[in-house]
Design a protein around this ligand. Structure first.
Ligand SMILES: Cc1cc2nc3c(=O)[nH]c(=O)nc-3n(C[C@H](O)[C@H](O)[C@H](O)COP(=O)(O)OP(=O)(O)OC[C@H]3O[C@@H](n4cnc5c(N)ncnc54)[C@H](O)[C@@H]3O)c2cc1C
Length: 387
């Protein structure tokens, strides 16, 4: 089997890349080890989708097909420090309709897969696993567990943070575990969230309550491994009480409407995004702390940049050629690094003990809050990707 582009991994990053290439003449193969699981009820894995990512999903028709009743626009962000610091961002003040949308992971993934399955230029190989990968001058050859060999001019590693492809081609990584987990759960709330995303920087971690349904909120509590185990071990009523206390009762009483889950947090950088015939996207290319809510937005923007590069190729250009791939690497050089440094810096800053540092970080938040020009610039950069 011979292809132009072989995507390994059909999570949100890999599937969105394949779908973004639906109108091209490129012959695509997608290899995925498992079928997507659709949870019963609300998914606890939710994302704050930025306007730039929304435009990307809209470009391939995915956004319009998502169930509107399960998407919540975020109009305000309300951020609290651990000693009286307070920052409030408003879409209205920044001249935007919304700051982001909160969407369940499985909702986007199901829609992407529905499109993938019908896509004329995609051969979907799932479920299957990879056994070896070799790269030569003209093409890459992937051998699957059943012995089938798939040849392609370009291999895209979209196989997550522990990327097998990245390991096979010897791209080194710098991995820094935070020794923290993100504890996630959904709740019915007594009062409306008023389309506000709340965040509290606390001694026991960073608590985010994101607006989901009409009176439903989604929790991401980034905290030490030990505290995460403690939270997971609590009975439902005590867990709800802890979250109400941590969130200062902002949306009143809470009632669990999903299971709890936890995922490990790490910072991961790669030495290069591309090699001859190989490009990395999504978590295979970078992992960041979830406190900025940018993880999957970086993944979507990788897919978007790579898709744009591939779409614009002349018929004589080779999609796996290093000079072609370097354009993608250049396009993605800045944003992931900036996000990694800023979220890493913030998580370190709020993890530091001591009265002086606590005073300074809270004063810093209040100062920013009183500088509308700076505040709006920050909002515009976070949502639109430019000042
Ligand atoms: C349990 C968990 C919960 C999370 N919850 C949140 C959350 O609530 N909020 C948040 O912002 N972020 C969350 N994250 C992080 C977020 O899910 C990732 O940033 C995002 O999923 C990255 O998308 P991706 O497509 O790059 O990678 P992934 O979603 O990891 O997708 C990789 C895909 O590749 C497939 N694959 C892997 N290896 C192979 C192989 N060798 N061959 C074929 N296929 C392969 C996998 O099956 C998977 O489908 C969570 C992560 C985990 C692990």
């Amino acid at each position: 089997m011979n292809f132009d582009v072989l995507i390994v991994g059909a999570g949100l990053a890999g599937a969105s890349l394949a779908v973004a290439l639906q109108a091209t003449k490129l012959k695509l193969a997608v290899v995925e080890s498992r079928l997507p699981v659709v949870p019963i009820g609300l998914d606890q894995r939710v994302y704050a989708v930025s306007p730039a990512s929304q435009r990307f999903l809209s470009g391939s028709g995915i956004w319009e097909r998502l169930d509107r009743d399960r998407i919540c626009a975020v109009r305000e962000m309300d951020i609290h420090g651990d000693k009286g610091g307070h920052l409030r961002f408003s879409a209205h003040d920044a001249g935007l309709a919304e700051l982001a949308w909160i969407v369940e992971s499985s909702l986007m993934l199901s829609e992407l897969w529905e499109t993938l399955k019908r896509q004329h230029n995609v051969t979907l190989l799932c479920p299957t696993t990879c056994s070896s990968l070799s790269i030569d001058i003209d093409s890459a050859a992937l051998t699957l567990a059943d012995g089938q060999v798939v040849r392609s001019r370009l291999v895209v590693a979209a196989d997550g943070v522990n990327s097998w492809v990245r390991g096979q081609v010897g791209i080194a990584t710098e991995l820094q575990p935070y020794r923290q987990h993100g504890v996630v759960a959904n709740f019915g709330s007594e009062r409306s969230h008023r389309q506000t995303a709340y965040q509290w920087f606390r001694k026991d971690g960073v608590v985010a309550l994101l607006p989901l349904g009409a009176q439903t909120v989604s929790l991401v509590w980034s905290c030490s491994d030990e505290f995460a185990s403690e939270l997971l071990a609590l009975d439902d009523a005590s867990f709800c009480e802890r979250v109400v206390e941590a969130s200062g009762g902002s949306v009143g009483g809470l009632q669990l409407v999903s299971d709890r889950a936890a995922f490990p947090l790490r910072l991961m950088r790669v030495e290069t995004l591309v090699k001859q015939r190989v490009a990395l996207i999504g978590d295979a290319a970078h992992a960041i702390h979830p406190l900025s809510g940018h993880g999957i937005n970086l993944g979507f923007q990788d897919s978007c940049a790579l898709a744009q590069g591939l779409e614009s190729l002349a018929s004589w250009e080779d999609p796996g050629d290093l000079s072609v791939l370097r354009r993608y690497a250049r396009a993605r050089a800045e944003e992931p690094l900036l996000m990694q440094y800023s979220t890493h810096g913030l998580s370190r800053l709020f993890g530091m003990e001591g009265a002086a540092v606590s005073y300074l970080r809270n004063i810093g938040m209040n100062l920013t809050s009183n500088m509308p020009v700076l505040k709006d610039a920050l909002v515009r950069y976070a949502t639109l990707g430019h000042f």
